[in-house]
Write a protein that binds this ligand. Sequence first.
Ligand SMILES: NC(=O)c1ccc[n+]([C@@H]2O[C@H](COP(=O)([O-])OP(=O)(O)OC[C@H]3O[C@@H](n4cnc5c(N)ncnc54)[C@H](O)[C@@H]3O)[C@@H](O)[C@H]2O)c1
Length: 398
Amino acid sequence: MTRTGVWLIGARGNVGTMAIVGARAIATGHATTAGLVTERPPCTTLKLPGFDDLVFGGHDITTTGISSRAQLLAANGTPPSSTVEAVSDELERIDDRIRTGTITGSGSAIEALAEQSINGESLSSMVEQLRRTYRVFVEKHDLGRLVVVNVASTEQPLEQPARFDSRATIERAIETDDRTLPASAVYAYAALLDGHPYINFTPSTGASLGGLQELAIERNVPHMGRDGKTGETLVKSALAPLFAGRNLRVTSWSGHNILGNNDGRVLEDETHQAGKLESKGGVLEELLDGTFHNQVRIDYAPPLGDWKTAWDDIRFSGFLDTEMSMRFTWDGSDSALAAPLVLDLVRLIAHADEHGEGGPQPQLASFFKSPLGVDEHDLSRQFSMLERYVERHAEEHP
Ligand SMILES: NC(=O)c1ccc[n+]([C@@H]2O[C@H](COP(=O)([O-])OP(=O)(O)OC[C@H]3O[C@@H](n4cnc5c(N)ncnc54)[C@H](O)[C@@H]3O)[C@@H](O)[C@H]2O)c1
């Protein structure tokens, strides 16, 4: 298998940094593969890029480098400092490949965060600059393919996304310098146009626009999103089918999340939080029957650093309308939950690209809160979709 480039938009953030540290630590024998779906059956039967074959680069708008970010994460509990130390030379090398990103149309919380950004004379010049950046990276590192992954801060939701439901409307927006088109869609457009597979790990717009989906089909490029399913929503999508299957009628599901990292800081802004709440709450609407009180809160609690806690309170009625309840608490390291999924997604979308499977990738639904083009939210059924995909490949390419 040829070397695979991994272009992380938001590479210097917690998820980006954890993914880079993890991949390099696994490649050099300093970490196990715990947490990676692609490292357990049935995915182990697929021919996927090795961790040593992944070459990282990316865009960011902060000047705090990957090494410093990794040390901050280590001081907060994970990864271990010894792991960061073991790959520190490589972190410096990768950081030299980070280019300044754009925040066009991203919203006020991201504008407040940006220490540097390119906003281009026009959107079309910016698209050309992004395409050139991707191309130079591929040529310089002699890459067989480049996977572009959005792990940048959550943008404000795009108003009336249906405005961009065809490739023509997107290209008109770029030509006329329509700055309502958000950065995530601009990065995605530049990637898809040149055939680079694209993953949107965030709730931001990315390639969800009808026009970008059309472009992906035309160019036969695989892409998938949105919003990695790593914590409270992961548990919800495993647990809700239990209530539905037993005809236990949920009357109320309240979830309260607190987190202390920069993601939490951005999500403190109500406009940026709106997209996240939609994908977190929507999962239950899809899985449970009838009407019920469905509430999700996200609060920023800085002392938690990169850790998050979710408390969920579920009220339900059973036989003879007997009222019962269940509560759970989820404590997780935000980035240690997300980073292995990013690596799994890179490997699996590279596989899809290798086999000429363009467009959205339903077999990857289990990785996302709002899987593009997939109505199935039951976690075990989503896992079955991945298993069937792997089985099909095992039969077709024994
Ligand atoms: N950690 C999880 O469990 C999880 C789960 C699902 C989704 N996500 C999403 O992943 C994203 C990253 O989370 P994080 O914890 O790493 O956040 P973070 O704030 O630590 O990192 C985000 C990085 O993106 C950079 N950035 C912001 N806008 C940019 C732009 N337009 N171009 C280039 N770089 C940009 C920031 O400078 C920062 O370095 C968020 O959108 C979050 O909602 C995270």
